[in-house]
Design a protein around this ligand. Sequence first.
Ligand SMILES: Cc1ncc(COP(=O)(O)O)c(C=O)c1O
Length: 302
Amino acid sequence: MVKAVGYIDGEIDVLENIKVPVLDRGFLYGDSIYEVFRTYEGIPFMYDEHYERLLNSASLIGMTVTHTAAQIRDAVMATLAKSDVNAGEDIYVRYQITRGSGPIDLNPDLSEGNRLIIIVKGVPKWNQSYYTNGVRLAVPVLRRNSVTSLDPNIKGGNYLNNILALAQARESGADDCVMLDANRKVTECSNSNVWFVIGDQIVTPLRGNLIGLTRKTLVNLLEADGVDVLEREIDCEELKNATECFVTSATREVMPVISLALEDRTQVDFAPGGGPETRRAMELYQQMLVNFKRDNAALALF
Ligand SMILES: Cc1ncc(COP(=O)(O)O)c(C=O)c1O
């Protein structure tokens, strides 16, 4: 089984031995950005797209990324080499760049330089019933950070907004949250994008969320299959008329939603295992992965 291993400043060890200095700005202030990618049969999935998104996060926080995509790949490879990973095991890679250490002072100019941290482990194994039945979502009172305060497209090391919203949803008995913005428009879940079928149309929120790479991939797959996807503003009132709902992320892929509790405690129920459009999305995604593995075997890292 793959061993969880970490990397920090060139040092590689089992994860529990990897320590972040207390003056690291990522630790002190959440002043960091990160990406997570996974492998299928050893092949990194969307490696370049993740690095592009990292650069976008960096530009949104005025950080200069000093590590190239190739340097990060080399560091990931060196980390992987210590993980005892076997061919066929799927791994999860999180790489994070903090603005490094410095004095206890908010001024980012005082940073001593970026720090690269990598975590390699097995991919999370989601509860199988989330796929055969679905996840239960709830809309919490807490609102998603506005695009003009902390843009959700900064994939950064500060997830307090999402953590608090998730905690509220879980307190109400749900598995995850669907956050609204201050104008009661739907944004996203705690760490995945959310989709609905409303009036026979597949819709997903246009703004206020991280543009997930899984979401981008699925929009293309659905459109290539002749299904129109509308990326638009979705008012929370519309959710009462939703007939299907699912979520997407790199580790979840496409996961059906079984129920959605709204703020006024109305509950919208969906078909166990997903309705027809959700199942189509799940199948298209799985088929894409079969082709991806077949066509990219030469790119396997192990
Ligand atoms: C807040 C948030 N939204 C959406 C996503 C989904 O993004 P992706 O499909 O690239 O995994 C994530 C994944 O980490 C996330 O943290």
